[in-house]
Design a protein around this ligand. Structure first.
Ligand SMILES: NC(=O)c1ccc[n+]([C@@H]2O[C@H](COP(=O)([O-])OP(=O)(O)OC[C@H]3O[C@@H](n4cnc5c(N)ncnc54)[C@H](OP(=O)(O)O)[C@@H]3O)[C@@H](O)[C@H]2O)c1
Length: 223
């Protein structure tokens, strides 16, 4: 039985990670921001933790809530898309801050905060996006989101260099285009398929996967 912490598990891909790991009998700690979300997670058999990743006090309160648990897997899933711009429409500063703080600064804080709780050989899965790939980019749509995911990919890569020496395997994932509130109803796969595939890749990951950017099906993606 592994101990898994999912950050951003109230709905969408994060909720599905919590559901599937619980269904397999793992110990699941899962963060959310509201009481109804906590109740849905409790019904799965997960232990809900309250965390708004934008709030420093809320992030810091995670450690005492963990109560000395050692994590075998940390999944960083909380994210926002921000303004759905086309072309070179410049985001408002407040939007820029919200997207960059949620998608980039929060994972930096959380990785640093939670690193001491990772068990030897633990894995860190950061849910990024192919839209953050500079090499594969073919459109300017949602360029703030793209920039945030490119930045968090660099964060993941840097973390892999720090934590790899302790046997921790850090990976960035593109989860596919997934039918969630963010992905929309026209997306190509559902959360069950996305998470089933990522869980298979995570389970098989070894040292050679540390610092890699992976499609949900396991293929390497260009940064
Ligand atoms: N869906 C796709 O097609 C797709 C594609 C590529 C990458 N991704 C990435 O996959 C991840 C999950 O996306 P999703 O499709 O599941 O999105 P979603 O359905 O919109 O869910 C977003 C999750 O992030 C949480 N979150 C947002 N801001 C937060 C904050 N300040 N503090 C704590 N939690 C916060 C939300 O919690 P609340 O319920 O409390 O708001 C929710 O649990 C994101 O990082 C996204 O960028 C998704």
């Amino acid at each position: 039985m592994a101990t898994v912490l999912v950050i951003g598990a109230s709905r969408g891909i994060g909720f599905e990670f919590a559901r599937q790991y619980r269904a397999d009998g793992d110990r699941v700690l899962a963060t959310c921001r509201t009481d109804p979300a906590a109740e849905r997670l409790r019904k799965l058999g997960a232990r809900p933790l309250q965390a708004d990743v934008l709030d420093a006090g809320s992030r810091a309160a995670l450690l005492p809530q963990l109560g000395g648990e050692r994590l075998d897997l940390l999944i960083l899933c909380a994210g926002v898309y921000g303004p759905r711009t086309a072309g070179l429409a410049v985001p408002e500063p407040a939007e820029f801050d919200r997207v960059m703080h949620t998608n980039v600064l929060a994972p930096m804080h959380l990785i640093a905060l939670l690193a001491p709780t990772l068990a030897p050989g633990a894995k860190v899965a950061l849910i990024s996006s192919r839209m953050g790939s500079i090499g594969l980019m073919a459109s300017a749509s949602g360029w703030l989101y793209r920039a945030s995911k490119a930045a968090v990919n660099a964060v993941l890569r840097a973390a892999s260099l720090e934590l790899g020496g302790r046997g921790v395997v850090c990976m960035a994932f593109h989860p596919g285009w997934v039918r969630t509130d963010m992905g929309g109803t026209g997306a190509s796969i559902d959360a069950t398929e996305s998470v089933t595939q990522m869980r298979r890749v995570i389970a098989q990951a070894n040292d050679s996967h540390n610092g890699k950017f992976l499609n949900y099906t396991g293929e390497h993606l260009s940064w």
